[in-house]
Design a protein around this ligand. Structure first.
Ligand code: ADP
Ligand code: MG
Length: 372
């Protein structure tokens, strides 16, 4: 894989870079700001090297044009953070777009949500070519979407020199070290659906010293243990597949829960203590998925307890490495009144949710492969 470096920046000084970023979120949310902040150094670095930048991202899963998913509100945020004018480019026809960029006085352009075009998610070659024509080279700094095969992550790389950006490099580097963990190694899984998380459990359940499962993801394991689920979120069809983990010694499931109207919505206080014991003894922790429905008052307690234990552990021992990913998991930091930037350095926050899960599960990510 070719990574962006000083030499490449020099070659393309004065030219235009087409850059895929991932600011897929509400611009006012913690997640949105976290993702934007993660990629700002790249944008600023390009500008300092005299490179003009055309930013491409998606937001949500719109079916065609849908103003609820517009990227326009990000213009002001980027302007404020970079300290330069940003021109918003609606998705009219590509000749017009190319002319606007060519003639524009601005040096930073933000294209409207690329998923408004149906070619994006189809990895359409002609859309890739049209996007490539907007600049002299391409940077993919959108690790969080690299598990998707799309025109702006894959097809585009066929037409102009293409490089992995610094954020992509940092994500790959960090997650590679997570795959060679120092023991004791604890994998902590939560979140809504077990189906998304199962590949990671399947990959690590033998090599991890403990796999802690909470949140909605734990419910299917609890159901496999014969515990009645009432109105709780779980996946009955996956019970046969999770059976062997449900009773494995190293897989730790909640021993008590916080419920409402017969629905499990958080791990209980006893479980918080039990999970914390494993986290306190770990040298490597990989965490994806909140321990409960933290958005609802009273059900954020389990997730908050895990954050608190992990932050203490990280501060106490600088050699401990903690990797956390997932949009809601990062958002749940707010339950601590904390911002992602305020964490100890040995807690690595990945911008990827699904991409992090797939990377750690050992799958090939099309957006990364396209850069090889
Ligand atoms: P991430 O975005 O961090 O990868 P997920 O998308 O998998 O996490 O899941 C996050 C969602 O899971 C949160 O919105 C939370 O409300 C929900 N959740 C957690 N525990 C439960 C539960 N016991 N029942 C229902 N939903 C839950
Ligand atoms: Mg999520």
């Amino acid at each position: 894989m070719k990574f962006l470096n000083e030499k490449i920046l020099k070659i393309f000084s004065g030219k235009t870079c087409v850059m895929r970023i991932d600011i897929n979120s509400d611009p006012k949310s913690d997640e949105g700001l976290f993702r934007l902040h993660a990629v700002l150094p790249t944008i600023i670095g390009l500008r300092m090297s005299g490179v003009r930048v055309v930013l491409i991202s998606h937001r949500g899963r719109p079916l065609g044009e849908d103003q609820k998913c517009t990227l326009k509100p990000f213009v002001k945020v980027i302007e404020r953070e970079v300290g330069e004018k940003v021109r918003f480019i609606p998705l009219t026809n590509f000749e017009e777009i190319a002319d606007t960029i060519e003639a524009g006085k601005e040096n930073i352009f933000l294209l409207e949500n690329i998923r408004f075009l149906k070619g994006e998610e189809m990895n359409d070659a002609s859309l890739g070519k049209q996007l490539a024509a907007l600049g002299s080279f391409y940077i993919n700094d959108a690790f969080a979407v690299s598990h998707r095969e799309s025109a702006s992550t894959c097809a585009i790389t066929k037409y102009i020199p293409s490089y992995a950006g610094p954020l992509m490099k940092r994500e790959i580097g960090s997650l590679r070290t997570a795959m060679k963990p120092l023991h004791p190694f604890v994998l902590m899984i939560g979140g809504a659906k077990i189906s998304d998380k199962l590949p990671l459990i399947e990959k690590f359940w033998k090599s991890a010293d403990a796999v802690i499962v909470g949140g909605g993801a734990a419910n299917t394991l609890l159901a496999a243990q014969g515990i009645p689920m009432g109105n709780s979120l779980y996946d009955a069809s996956l019970i046969p597949r999770v059976q062997k983990y449900a009773n494995a010694a190293q897989v730790i499931t909640p021993s008590d829960t916080r419920d409402r109207k017969n629905e499990i919505l958080d791990i209980g206080p006893k479980t918080e203590k039990e999970f914390s014991i494993f986290l306190k003894g770990a040298n490597t922790v990989v965490w994806n998925g909140p321990m409960g429905m933290f958005e609802k008052k009273g059900f954020e307690l389990g997730t908050r307890a895990m954050w608190s234990t992990l932050i203490k552990r990280a501060k106490l021992d600088k050699n401990v490495h903690i990797y956390v990913g997932g949009g809601e998991t990062i958002t749940s930091l707010r339950t601590m009144g904390l911002l992602p930037t305020k964490l100890p350095k040995n807690i690595f926050l990945s911008t990827g949710g699904g991409a992090m899960l797939e990377f750690l599960s050992g799958k090939k990510l099309p957006g990364i492969d396209a850069l090889k």
